[in-house]
Design a protein around this ligand. Sequence first.
Ligand code: FAS
Ligand code: PHB
Length: 389
Amino acid sequence: MERAQVVIVGGGPSGLLLGQLLARSGVDAVLLERHTPEYVLGRIRAGVLEQTTVDLVRQAGVADHMDSAGLPHDGFDLCFDGQRHRVDLHALTGRRVMVYGQTDLTRDLMHARQQAGLRTVYEAEDVALEGWDGTQPRVTYVHAGQRHEISCDFIAGCDGFHGVCRASVPTERIKLHEKVYPFGWLGLLADVPPVSHELIYVRHERGFALCSQRSRTRSRYYLQCSLQDRVENWSDDAFWAEMAARLPAASAASLVTGPSLEKSIAPLRSFVAEPMRFGRLFLAGDAAHIVPPTGAKGLNLAASDVAYLWEALDAHYRGDGSGIEHYSARALSRVWKAERFSWWMTQLMHHFPDQGSFAERMQHAELEYLIGSPAALTALAENYVGLPF
Ligand code: FAS
Ligand code: PHB
């Protein structure tokens, strides 16, 4: 039987970042990923890193490309009634965010793991957890037709919303909280210069839109779409025409269009599993919680979970078990604040199909209050740049 101190299930940003930090603490962790590296890198997701995430990536020693190619952003625009209003994050909080795609961060982490020769199994099938409620957890998996078994001290469930780790916990041991939104996001990636040097969040009667970016020559755009929409029903031309229709005329006039490199529809939900620890099994990242991407919190919450779990495991192997005891409560405290902010931004900026005129007026009144109140803008800004770990 193989042996490891920690088995990490899932090779997305949570698993890779945890693996990198544990390696720096001398903790022996093996990582099991269901898919190939190419498949993992093919999923286009987050684009905005909070300062605390940037600091953690630097602490993990994988910040070189991020520091050279990442784009520090001091603010973003809220757009409604055809007007853009800048939220000056740096003036309001003294902090900023970094625009750097999750794909790039994942690639950096994969490369660092490979360079360090850390045990990683891609295309690990049928991962199953055993004994996580006792003191000798075991993980089994199949690779290239061969069954393997690993005994370990701890299992880190970094396997995302559809993973096996949370699903391995009996329903009576876990409390799930969920809100599903009545729309999705249609995302498009293209090698065209961004329409603006910063992000633009648009509230429009046709639906929400977001203008984001990956570099000065690569842009990421999103349109609120119906849950009945299918990506094959959206030609590139139809996407660009709808984006232009939701932008103010002056911005639409400077929109540079081009062929999509990727187009996909993501459903939106708020989701939290409590607790995030079950004996020797820990959940981190999307395995434990999901936020609507309106607040750019998903990847950043994964980072704070990983920071807390790394600190707890590092302390355990130095003889202090207190971090493990407090992991779930500590992580959930930050998770719920980010869940609230992401829900609030989503409620504020999207067109809800059956919301009625009163709710529409409430959205509009809140936006008008927001742009005129330094106190309200500061509250928005401190949540957007990220609450402290
Ligand atoms: P991930 O889901 O990224 O990674 C989990 C990994 O575990 C995957 O590689 C999976 O293959 C693997 N796995 C699953 N089951 C397994 C098993 N049984 N055995 C082994 N491996 C297994 N966040 C933002 O901030 N902004 C965005 O715009 C944004 N857009 C998103 C769009 C979509 C469609 C999705 C799903 C999420 C989006 N997110 C966004 C959130 C996203 O960035 C997540 O927060 C981030 O991927 C979390 O990373 P992980 O926790 O590593 O989970
Ligand atoms: C992205 O660039 O993918 C992105 C940016 C900000 C968000 C959501 C997605 O709020």
